[in-house]
Design a protein around this ligand. Structure first.
Ligand SMILES: *[C@@H]1O[C@H](CO)[C@@H](O)[C@H](O)[C@H]1NC(C)=O
Ligand SMILES: *[C@@H]1O[C@H](CO)[C@@H](O)[C@H](O)[C@H]1NC(C)=O
Ligand SMILES: *[C@@H]1O[C@H](CO)[C@@H](O)[C@H](O)[C@H]1NC(C)=O
Ligand SMILES: *[C@@H]1O[C@H](CO)[C@@H](O)[C@H](O)[C@H]1NC(C)=O
Ligand SMILES: *[C@@H]1O[C@H](CO)[C@@H](O)[C@H](O)[C@H]1NC(C)=O
Ligand SMILES: *[C@@H]1O[C@H](CO)[C@@H](O)[C@H](O)[C@H]1NC(C)=O
Ligand SMILES: *[C@@H]1O[C@H](CO)[C@@H](O)[C@H](O)[C@H]1NC(C)=O
Ligand SMILES: *[C@@H]1O[C@H](CO)[C@@H](O)[C@H](O)[C@H]1NC(C)=O
Ligand SMILES: *[C@@H]1O[C@H](CO)[C@@H](O)[C@H](O)[C@H]1NC(C)=O
Ligand SMILES: *[C@@H]1O[C@H](CO)[C@@H](O)[C@H](O)[C@H]1NC(C)=O
Length: 504
């Protein structure tokens, strides 16, 4: 019996050792980060918008936190050029200098250029799609200097309905991108149709798991069905999906996330104005812990200081960018409201393994408490529940030791500091307080200089936080969590055999 288990363990170890990143393009080894114009601008795109935003991403220190790709969404072309291999033509009014010039300027700022197309006859906005034109379009993108492709699912000519048909349609572009020889991050956007988490990792770096996100915490909307227990089996992805709707969908498929291939919970709504501060904190925490790509979806030119402070929290981003690359999982969820059929009001515990920062035998652990109730709650998570994957009913060895619990929101940048950064940007030309991202670099995390992996190894308190409580053996992590808010902790094992004074 023991021998059999040992063999199985060895086989698993061999499998893990041989496991390579899902797509062999070397990209998205941790979830990709960046900005996409869709959530706040829709079709209103231009060269000016992209370049202004890119400059602010640099000025506000967002680039140095890892937000790398500036992604142009739908509505940028005017059709194909019959005298040039039917290649796509950029709209000359929106992009007077052409796409290659945009790419050059983004690259000069140290950023990547993301492009949009559609695995259908038309894009969702009704522009020319890439179905049947994969090779010429991939070549065009590579020639322009594109680093990222978001690939949508509208007007797919009925080439959907089962996993083989959908994956084959998306694989044509995967092969065309690969054949260009240029590493281009491939971001599938088929809204969770035909279970892309089962096949996406073999051809792409990420796949959307739901219809489009909406700037709402829990608004029920018939156009985004499947809020209930069969959310993973959603025949109609829809749109106007609330944050809690998408969280529910993610909960079934967390095991599919891996280095190079991620569940995409869709672009962030932080900063778009319709959610409370607590809701945006919970939204950002959730996306980080689930290892979703972190793609800003707000108008950076008017970002409120409090939202810049959320998006700049390096300790939370470090959870997302953790080198071990495994998603947190939902451990429990229970409704606080018997009239709530879909669970938006639920209390939830998520936890997941992170790479050890103690150098010991125990991995760190992220603990996320979500309060969907309509009032502040004192929430409790037992070590038994947090570590249930390592042993049922409190039998895990992790339950028997002490942990320090570091509050990852405790060091959120103050609104005044965020406002000073905004006021001092070169774009507004307002340096009256002599403050800019380069100057405050010493007080903020700089992932361009020191990767998150290295910063974690160094025990950098900008990543670990400095507000610590201790949880004893078989103990409970407790937090007071605002209505629709979240608490997020990093647990680090305390040395065993050394009793802390307060436990004597
Ligand atoms: C193309 O695919 C091959 C085989 O998977 C891989 O080794 C190579 O790095 C890929 N190239 C690009 C540019 O993605
Ligand atoms: C069209 O594509 C072919 C094959 O890829 C290439 O040899 C040719 O130069 C292209 N023509 C133009 C006008 O770009
Ligand atoms: C179409 O391609 C031809 C041949 O390369 C080129 O001369 C022309 O400028 C292109 N038209 C547009 C609108 O880009
Ligand atoms: C980080 O902290 C842990 C636990 O406090 C300690 O064991 C380790 O040596 C520290 N690592 C560095 C590089 O300081
Ligand atoms: C939430 O609580 C507030 C008062 O605290 C109340 O006015 C509101 O109706 C409640 N909302 C729901 C959906 O119960
Ligand atoms: C958490 O524990 C505290 C203290 O035991 C208790 O007052 C509180 O009601 C608990 N919270 C929930 C949501 O059960
Ligand atoms: C410049 O900064 C000051 C102080 O932060 C602020 O009051 C003022 O509105 C800013 N002006 C502009 C043009 O942004
Ligand atoms: C930021 O401030 C430093 C120090 O005052 C200055 O050298 C640098 O030019 C400023 N950068 C920008 C982009 O304003
Ligand atoms: C971050 O580090 C890079 C590389 O060392 C440096 O070029 C950049 O100026 C730093 N950013 C800030 C805001 O200090
Ligand atoms: C954590 O660090 C901040 C800023 O460095 C400091 O103001 C705060 O007092 C520290 N908190 C604790 C509990 O050490």
């Amino acid at each position: 019996m023991a021998f059999k288990n040992l063999l199985r363990g060895a086989a698993v170890a061999a499998f893990l050792a041989s496991k390579v990143e899902a797509v062999d393009n070397g990209l998205a080894i941790t979830p990709q980060m960046g900005w996409d114009n869709w959530n706040s601008f829709g079709c209103d795109v231009s060269e000016t918008l992209l370049l202004q935003t890119a400059q602010l991403i640099v000025d506000y220190g967002l680039k140095d936190l890892g937000y790398h790709y500036v992604i142009l969404d739908d509505c940028w072309s005017i059709g194909r050029n019959a005298s040039h291999n039917n290649s796509l033509i950029a709209n000359p009014e929106k992009f007077p200098n052409g796409m290659a010039a945009v790419a050059d300027q983004l690259h000069a700022l140290g950023l990547g250029f993301g492009m949009y197309s559609d695995a259908g006859k038309y894009t969702c906005g009704g522009y020319a799609g890439s179905l049947g034109y994969e090779t010429v379009d991939a070549n065009t993108f590579a020639e322009w200097g594109v680093d990222y492709l978001k690939y949508d699912n509208c007007f797919n000519m009925g080439q959907a309905g089962n996993q083989m048909i959908s994956s084959a349609r998306y694989e044509v572009m995967a092969n065309a991108l690969n054949a260009t020889g240029r590493p281009i991050l491939y971001s599938l956007c088929n809204w969770g149709e035909d279970y892309p988490w089962n096949w996406g990792s073999t051809i792409a770096n990420s796949w959307r798991i739901s219809g489009d996100v909406y700037d709402s915490w829990d608004q029920p909307d018939s156009r985004c069905p499947c809020d209930g227990p069969d959310a993973w089996n959603c025949g109609l992805p829809g749109f106007h999906c609330s944050v809690t709707n998408i969280m529910n969908k993610a909960s079934f498929i967390v095991s599919k996330a891996q280095p190079g291939a991620w569940n995409d919970l869709d672009m962030l709504e932080v900063g778009n104005g319709a959610m409370t501060d607590a809701e945006y904190v919970a939204h950002f925490s959730m996306w980080a812990a689930a290892k979703s790509p972190l793609i800003l979806g707000n108008d950076i030119r008017v970002v409120p200081a409090k939202d810049l402070a959320i998006l700049s929290n390096a300790a939370v981003i470090a959870v997302n960018q953790d080198p071990s690359g495994s998603s947190a999982a939902r451990r429990w969820m229970y409704s606080t409201d018997s009239t709530d059929a879909y669970g938006g009001s639920a209390l939830q515990l998520w936890s997941g393994s992170l790479k050890s920062t103690t150098g010991g035998q125990y991995n760190d652990m992220v603990v996320l408490l979500i309060n969907g109730a309509n009032e502040t709650m004192v929430m409790n998570a037992t070590l038994a529940d947090i570590f249930v994957d390592s042993g049922a009913a409190g039998t895990a060895r992790q339950v028997k030791i002490s942990w320090e619990a570091r509050d990852l929101w405790a060091n959120r940048m103050s609104e005044a500091e965020a406002q000073a950064i905004i006021d001092a940007s070169s774009a507004t030309g307002n340096a009256t307080n002599g403050y800019n991202a380069t100057m405050v670099g010493s007080g903020r995390y700089n992932a361009t200089k020191t990767s998150y992996a290295q910063g974690l190894k160094n025990n950098d308190t900008l990543l670990l936080g400095n507000v610590t409580t201790t949880v004893g053996p078989s103990g409970t992590v407790t937090a007071t969590v605002e209505r629709h808010g979240a608490a997020l902790f990093r647990l680090r094992a305390l040395p065993t055999g050394v009793k802390k004074r307060d436990e004597l």
